[in-house]
Design a protein around this ligand. Structure first.
Ligand SMILES: O=C(O)CCC(=O)C(=O)O
Ligand SMILES: [Fe+2]
Length: 245
């Protein structure tokens, strides 16, 4: 039985399963930013088959990146797949090689699944991440590279170990100006009263077989991260589908 046949065997689901998949959580982050979490776009067994395929067949690498001017090993494995001829992706001073979709036909099936779950979407690139345990993480960042345009939609599938995905609001221009003025006035190192509230942070537990979608101005106005978790002792694989314009 080939991979596609094995998948087809596990894609037929009960009505209860189908109902479960629909219970999405929509979080309006304000000012045109929105996050939607779909707990189950893929069934449990089906998702484990994907996990095994991705874990075994993807040419994972752990590149050296640059953070605040310093070279360091990226704290997770990575791989990049993109349609031929697209502008190159560069992040943290690193330019991943783009593998063509044709090298990994099963990924095209996953792309189709995502397009069906998210009508109107048309992704052409995929960044894959593998977190080998709780010490692997992704630090605070936003996916605001120019090649995605000003309001990118990004769909993120998760497999394996559950991890927390956290959003925090970027400091507003006003609060940045106040901070700079305080530093100018010699209040360096002094703790300034924080203006942030609980509305400036949101957290999602990304489950095996789930999908999280970020859209609108989420990349412009918010940072996200997957922090270290001492208790997460198993592998997690995450796939973010993006449209390079
Ligand atoms: O692993 C995740 O859930 C997110 C990864 C991420 O933010 C990224 O690749 O830009
Ligand atoms: Fe990201």
């Amino acid at each position: 039985m080939n991979f596609k046949q094995r998948l087809l065997e596990t894609t037929s689901t009960s009505n209860a399963d189908a109902e479960e998949r629909k219970k999405e959580r929509i979080v309006d982050l304000g000012n045109g930013s929105e996050v939607v979490y779909y707990p189950k776009v893929l069934g449990y067994e089906e998702s484990w088959k994907w996990f095994d395929y991705l874990n075994d067949q993807i040419p994972w690498t752990r590149p050296t990146i640059r953070v605040f001017g310093r070279s360091c090993l990226q704290p997770r494995d990575t791989c990049y797949v993109a349609s031929v001829g697209l502008p190159e992706l560069v992040y943290s001073g690193y330019q991943p090689d783009a593998y063509p979709w044709d090298d990994y036909p099963p990924l095209k099936d996953l792309l189709e699944t995502v397009h069906k779950a998210l009508p109107g979407s048309s992704f052409n690139s995929l960044l894959l991440n593998r977190y080998k345990g709780g010490n692997d993480y992704v630090g605070w960042h936003s996916d605001d590279e120019k090649l995605y345009g000003s309001t990118p939609e990004i769909a993120s599938l998760s497999f394996g170990c559950e991890r927390e995905f956290v959003f925090k609001k970027k400091p507003s221009r006003i609060s940045q100006a106040i901070k700079s003025k305080a530093e100018e006035d010699g209040h360096v190192g002094k703790r300034l009263k924080k203006n942030s509230s609980s509305a400036d942070q949101h957290s999602f537990t990304l489950k095996h077989g789930s999908m999280l979608v970020m859209r609108g101005f989420t990349q412009r106005d918010w940072l996200h991260s997957v922090p270290k978790r001492a208790k997460a002792d198993a592998v997690r694989i995450n796939l973010t589908f993006r449209l390079v314009l």
